[in-house]
Design a protein around this ligand. Structure first.
Ligand SMILES: *Cc1c(COP(=O)(O)O)cnc(C)c1O
Length: 378
């Protein structure tokens, strides 16, 4: 919790639910990663939090951006970033959107299939392309495997094919899964990419870039390794597998750039039991799965929750936490153990920590008439 955010909530008492993001924390996160991986170029994954203040700050700090759609590209351009610093990293794009991105000046595109490569060659002639390979997603709390990437044999074939097309085969990317706590997952992937580089070199394709993706964690309820540990592990893997012919490296942090910079304040709407002898109280908040906390799906991401005015002295007991909508899927935590004070009641305020990433963008526009999650950057 930053003092700045605490002061803001106390002085302004914003309508809940409300996310407040401390831009100083985003800046510190950027510098931490820059120091941990001095030779890698940072492409912030815009989807984690596209607030104009965040995009503007990162543009000034020299960041580049990983985008997934034309509107995301336009948001980054509006923040003052040059199109040369934008990558269109989604492997699933409409051809018209590729053409639009190309017109806007974007020259770096991802693919993981032949049909997508053909679209890029038609709509973005001369652009640099990189192929995304599959990873297992093992060790990640929010895996991104299966849906993205192709196997190594297909990547080799497609990059070779790209050489004969109107694009520049430029590199290989992967994503080890979001909130990845196992440092060795990068090593497996880097080993595979290095092998691919060598095989393609023999075939006359010289790749220049390795895209190490995102996956760097935010601290939720349990400790995570330091950023420097990730930096060291990745640098050692690059050295081991590429020797001293290190390619240009890119990282695409989303969660680790903004997660710990934000705190949501929410209000308790109801505390109840389902029967007189129900062992667990149900606590309904004014925020739920459909108003920003989508990553509680399968209880994957477990945010630290603090009850305001609770000094920790009184009794507390396990609760089920749920959102305010009329959808029974809108339960946040039932299996995960959350203990809240016995005297908790409607109207009490709770703070949901480390919610700067993947919250505002997941908030429904008007499900059940609830407004989208409000965000204030300070
Ligand atoms: C979502 C995404 C990221 C960001 O991942 P984090 O785990 O939040 O760091 C990076 N690259 C791509 C291609 C993505 O889709």
């Amino acid at each position: 919790m930053t003092d700045k955010i605490a002061r803001f909530f106390e002085e302004q008492r914003p309508q809940t639910p409300c996310l407040v993001v401390d831009l100083d924390v985003v800046e510190a996160n950027y510098h931490d990663l820059e120091e941990a991986l001095p030779d890698a170029k940072i492409f912030y994954a815009v989807k984690a939090n596209p607030a104009p203040e965040i995009l503007g700050l990162l543009t000034r700090l020299g960041s580049a951006f990983d985008t997934a759609s034309v509107p995301e590209i336009q948001m980054v351009l509006a923040a003052g970033c040059a199109p040369e610093r934008i990558s269109y990293g989604n492997t699933i794009k409409k051809e018209a959107d590729i053409r639009r991105a190309f017109e806007l000046g974007v020259r770096l595109f991802a693919f993981d299939s032949e049909a997508e490569l053909e679209k890029i060659a038609r709509a973005a002639p001369g652009a640099r392309v990189f192929c995304r390979i599959l990873t297992s997603g093992e060790g990640a709390e929010w895996p991104l495997s299966r849906k993205f990437g192709c196997d190594l044999a297909m990547a080799r074939e497609l990059l070779l094919k790209a050489k004969g097309m109107n694009v520049v085969p430029y590199g290989v990317s992967f994503h080890v899964g979001s909130q990845q706590k196992d440092l060795m997952q990068w090593d497996h992937a880097i080993f595979q990419v290095a092998q691919l580089f060598r095989e393609l070199e023999v075939l006359g394709v010289d790749l220049g870039m390795i895209n190490l993706g995102g996956g760097f964690p935010t601290r939720y309820r349990t400790d995570v390794p330091e950023t420097t540990a990730y930096g060291q592990a990745i640098f050692e893997s690059l050295r081991t597998h590429f020797g001293n012919r290190l390619p240009e490296a890119i990282v695409e942090p989303g969660r680790s750039m903004v997660g710990n910079a934000g705190i949501i304040e929410s209000e308790v709407v109801l505390v109840s039991r389902k029967s007189a002898n129900d062992v667990k109280r149900w606590v309904y908040l004014d925020i739920g799965k459909f108003s920003g906390l989508a990553e509680t799906m399968d209880e994957a991401i477990q945010y630290p929750i603090q009850v305001m005015g609770d000094d920790g002295e009184g009794d507390s007991e396990a609760v089920v936490l749920a959102g305010p909508t009329c959808d029974s899927a809108d339960v946040l935590y039932e299996r995960a153990e959350y203990k809240l004070p016995m005297d908790l009641k409607a109207g009490d305020r709770v703070r949901i920590h480390a919610t700067g990433a993947y919250t505002t963008t997941y908030s429904a526009v008007c499900f059940n008439g609830f407004a989208p999650l409000q965000q204030i950057c300070i």
